[in-house]
Design a protein around this ligand. Structure first.
Ligand SMILES: *[C@@H]1O[C@H](CO)[C@@H](O)[C@H](O)[C@H]1NC(C)=O
Ligand SMILES: *[C@@H]1O[C@H](CO)[C@@H](O)[C@H](O)[C@H]1NC(C)=O
Ligand SMILES: *[C@@H]1O[C@H](CO)[C@@H](O)[C@H](O)[C@H]1NC(C)=O
Ligand SMILES: *[C@@H]1O[C@H](CO)[C@@H](O)[C@H](O)[C@H]1NC(C)=O
Length: 336
């Protein structure tokens, strides 16, 4: 999010703000599964942290909104799945420890790990004037790629990191791991493109059916191009990693000790990526996008059904990989 506007501008924007969703989802599973990039893979190449519906499994097709029995998200009609790679701390003695995930302070207390999910329209504070069409059943996409280098961060302006003083710190946004310990942890941000080709639910690279016109995260995008004419919600994830607990183990040579689960040991975070599988029930997300609610004012049936933090935390996807990823590990899961 951006705080670069002044207070007068903020009031004006809030006046026209409509249907922006910002909500918490607790962790539904941490497993080596990837039904989008490696369908059927049991296990997949690297570890993911996942939120959303509990139908999450190695192979998923059809209308995800009609699969599973619960969701770890606040909105109880949202059975979508949202996931990213997992962050690990690499000790100088060569072992790895999974960095725990913290709940965002903009959300209700007690959420177990997870992510903050955004579906915005124009930008962070306004839905603008154009019609926003929601994703059709079966829709999926990814942003970023585990093999991309620094050029990937230039291409995907929505892949960012924030060194947190506390859970409310939101700037500056940088495009790599912070170079020093961060008192409040590290936030990773994944903004997806919002222009659709209007035809394909997916594409071979899981990206070319979408097009990004945002100059940066939570900013108004330029018009969608003719090739991808359909404006969809701007989807974004925020994940807060509790890196502060490793501050006394920072390497003496000052090198970055964090590594994502896809195992790039370069000390850079350019391979950061995220996956999305649409799974809102019926027309619930379109109803929300058509309405004028903002953030938690969309809860309690106005217009979206919502559930308690206890119900969110109780929802879990089945562990089918059955692999330990906690404690000090001699190798990253799958990277032996
Ligand atoms: C590596 O360091 C951690 C943290 O001090 C310690 O718990 C672990 O036993 C060490 N592992 C090895 C193989 O030295
Ligand atoms: C690892 O990251 C570096 C730095 O971004 C990049 O140049 C390299 O290609 C990456 N390696 C793999 C295997 O993706
Ligand atoms: C959190 O950190 C930001 C700077 O990143 C600072 O402006 C703000 O006052 C801090 N908030 C609290 C509650 O300490
Ligand atoms: C959303 O708005 C569009 C355009 O006004 C309308 O055609 C559609 O029926 C609405 N959908 C829902 C679920 O309210």
């Amino acid at each position: 999010m951006k705080y670069s506007f002044n207070a007068v501008a903020l009031v004006a924007l809030i006046g026209s703000a409509q249907a922006a969703l910002r909500f918490g989802c607790s962790t539904v599973t941490i497993q080596r599964l990837d039904p989008v990039v490696e369908p059927g893979g049991l296990p997949s190449a690297h570890l993911h942290q996942v939120v959303g519906g509990n139908a999450f499994s190695p192979t998923m097709s059809g209308d995800i909104g009609e699969q599973g029995t619960c969701t770890s998200c606040v909105f109880s009609e949202d059975f979508s799945n949202y996931w990213t790679a997992v962050l690990f701390f690499k000790h100088q003695n060569g072992t790895y420890k999974r960095v725990p995930i913290m709940a965002n302070d903009a959300l209700p207390a007690g959420i177990n790990g997870g992510m903050t999910i955004y579906y915005t329209q124009q930008d962070f504070n306004s839905n603008g004037k154009q019609f926003i069409r929601t994703f059709p059943p079966g829709f999926r996409m990814t942003v970023g790629s585990p093999t991309q280098g620094a050029d990937g961060m230039t291409k995907h302006k929505g892949l960012r990191f924030t060194c947190l003083d506390n859970k409310s710190t939101r700037f500056p946004e940088i495009d790599d791991f912070p170079k020093k310990p961060c008192k409040g942890g590290i936030m990773t941000e994944h903004h997806f493109p919002a222009c659709w080709d209007g035809v394909n639910l997916d594409s071979p690279d899981h990206q070319s059916h979408m097009y990004d016109t945002q100059p940066t995260g939570f900013a108004a995008g330029a018009a969608c191009p003719k090739s991808h004419p359909v404006r969809m919600p701007q989807l974004a994830y925020e994940t807060l990693w509790d890196t502060a607990q490793f501050k006394d183990m920072w390497p003496k040579d000052g090198s970055n000790p964090f590594v994502f689960s896809y195992g790039n040991q370069s000390g850079h975070a350019y391979g950061t990526h995220a996956d999305y599988m649409f799974g809102w029930k019926g027309d619930s997300l379109q109803r929300a996008m058509n309405s004028s609610c903002m953030f938690n004012a969309c809860e309690n049936g106005k217009p979206l059904k919502s559930q308690s933090v206890a119900a969110m935390n109780a929802c879990k996807a089945k562990d089918v990989v059955k692999e330990n990823h906690d404690g000090w590990l001699t190798a990253l899961p799958g990277m032996t």
